[in-house]
Design a protein around this ligand. Structure first.
Ligand code: IPM
Ligand code: MG
Length: 375
C-alpha cells in the first residue's frame, strides 16, 4: 500500500547518506587558512530585534577599533539582505549574493534571524551559515561569579540532529522520520576544541554530555571518541553525563559550581545553553561564538523576538548578548585587552542604564550610549 512512498523514501535516504559520506570525507581535508593583512568584520543585522541590538554592538566595535579601522588593518563591513522577507522571496535560507558577501569576510557579527518552524518551510539561516562556513564549534560561556559558576560550553555545531533537520521523510497520514548524523572527524574536532580550551585555560574537568544509553550509534560514538581524545589530556578529568541528569545538575548548587567545560552534540547543546544562560540572568545576557578553521561568526544566543516586535517593544530589546558576542569576537581576533574593556563597559551599563524589557527600563540605544560612555 505504501510501496510508492517507501521507494521514494529509500531513494531520498540513499542521497542523504551519499551526501553525508561526501561531507565526512571533505572534513578530513580542510586547508589551513592563509595569513591576512586585513581583517574584515562583516556585520549582519538579521530580523526582528536583530538590527536594533546589532547596531549597538557595531557602535561599540567602531569605538574600540577606531585606530585599526583608520589604519586599514580592520574593516567593519555592513552586509544587508539577510532578512526573512528576502529569504522567503528567493526561497533560500541564505540568498546567494548575501552568502558570497559573507564568505568574503574573516569574521562576522550577526543579529538573530527568524526561523520558520515545521512543514516544508525554509531552513534556518543560522544552520545554513554554520554549514556553509563549516563553523563546527559553538562556544558559549556562562558566568555567575557570586556562585562560583564559570562554564564554557562546546556544542557541536554542524551535525547531529541539525544536519538533516530539514530533510526528513514523511509517509503522509502515517509517520515522519528525521535523521541524526555523527561523523568521526566532526566529533574529534569538537572534542579537541573543548580539551584544548580546558588545557590552555587551566581547567581540570570536562563533562562529556550525551544520551548514549538511548542514541546508541550517534551518541555512542560521540562518547567513545571524546574519551579517546580525553586520554591525550591526562591532567584533565573527563566524565560522561547523560543530558537529562546534566540539565538537573545545572540547577543543583553544590554540583554546578564544580562544572567547568562541557562538550556535547548539537541539539543537547542548543537546549542546555539556553538553560545555562537563564541561570546567568536570561538568554538576553549570553553571547555565542561559532568557530571554524577559516571563519567565525559571533551572535546572540537568542532569537529575533517577534513577540517583542509585535508589542512595539523592539527598541527596548537588550543588546547585552550581542555585545557579549562582540567581546568574544575581539578575543578571537587577538584583542583580549579591548575585549576586557568592552566587558567592563557592559557591566557598567548594566548598573547605569539597566534594561528591564519595559518602558520603565533603559532603551536599547540608551544602553548602547552607556556602553560608549564607559569605554
Ligand atoms: C541557537 C538558536 C538556533 C539553533 C536557531 C535560531 C536555529 O536556537 O543558536 O541556539 O537552534 O541553533
Ligand atoms: Mg538555541
Amino acid at each position: 500500500m505504501y510501496q510508492e512512498a517507501v521507494e521514494k523514501a529509500v531513494a531520498h535516504y540513499r542521497d542523504l547518506l551519499l551526501s553525508q559520506i561526501d561531507r565526512a570525507e571533505k572534513m578530513n581535508n580542510v586547508p589551513a587558512p592563509a595569513k591576512k593583512e586585513k581583517t574584515v568584520i562583516g556585520v549582519v543585522g538579521g530580523d526582528g530585534i536583530g538590527p536594533i541590538i546589532t547596531a549597538q554592538a557595531q557602535r561599540a566595535l567602531e569605538a574600540l577599533l577606531a585606530d585599526e579601522i583608520k589604519a586599514g588593518t580592520i574593516e567593519l563591513r555592513t552586509i544587508e539582505g539577510l532578512t526573512i522577507e528576502n529569504r522567503l522571496a528567493v526561497g533560500k535560507a541564505v540568498p546567494d549574493d548575501v552568502l558570497a558577501e559573507i564568505k568574503a569576510c574573516d569574521v562576522l557579527l550577526k543579529g538573530p534571524t527568524t526561523t520558520p518552524s515545521g512543514g516544508e518551510q525554509l531552513e534556518s539561516a543560522n544552520v545554513a551559515l554554520r554549514r556553509e562556513l563549516d563553523l563546527y564549534a559553538n562556544v558559549r560561556p556562562v558566568c555567575v561569579p557570586e556562585e562560583g559558576i564559570d562554564w564554557m560550553f562546546f556544542r557541536e555545531n554542524t551535525e547531529g540532529e541539525y544536519t538533516l533537520g530539514s530533510k526528513g521523510i514523511e509517509i503522509p497520514g502515517l509517520l515522519t522520520m528525521d535523521f541524526k548524523v555523527t561523523t568521526v572527524a566532526g566529533t574529534r574536532r569538537i572534542a579537541r576544541a573543548a580539551f584544548e580550551f580546558a588545557r590552555k585555560n587551566g581547567k581540570t574537568h570536562v563533562a562529556i554530555v550525551t544520551k548514549s544509553n538511548i542514541m546508541k550509534k550517534t551518541d555512542g560514538m560521540f562518547s567513545i571518541l571524546c574519551r579517546e581524545i580525553a586520554a591525550e589530556y591526562p591532567e584533565i578529568q573527563a566524565d560522561e553525563y547523560f543530558i537529562d541528569i546534566m540539565s538537573a545538575n545545572l540547577l543543583k548548587a553544590n554540583m554546578r559550581s564544580q562544572l567547568q567545560v562541557f562538550v556535547m552534540p548539537n541539539l543537547y547543546g542548543d537546549i542546555i545553553t539556553d538553560e545555562a544562560a537563564q541561570i546567568q540572568g536570561g538568554v538576553g545576557t549570553a553571547g555565542s561564538a561559532n568557530i571554524g578553521d577559516t571563519c567565525a561568526m559571533f551572535e546572540a544566543i537568542h532569537g529575533s523576538a517577534p513577540r517583542m516586535i509585535a508589542r512595539g517593544m523592539g527598541d527596548y530589546a537588550n543588546p547585552e548578548s550581542i555585545l557579549r558576542a562582540a567581546v568574544m569576537l575581539l578575543q578571537h581576533i587577538g584583542m583580549p585587552d579591548k575585549a576586557a574593556k568592552l566587558t567592563a563597559a557592559i557591566e557598567t551599563a548594566n548598573r547605569t542604564a539597566p534594561i528591564t524589557g519595559t518602558r520603565e527600563g533603559a532603551s536599547c540605544a540608551q544602553f548602547g550610549d552607556a556602553v560608549i560612555a564607559a569605554l
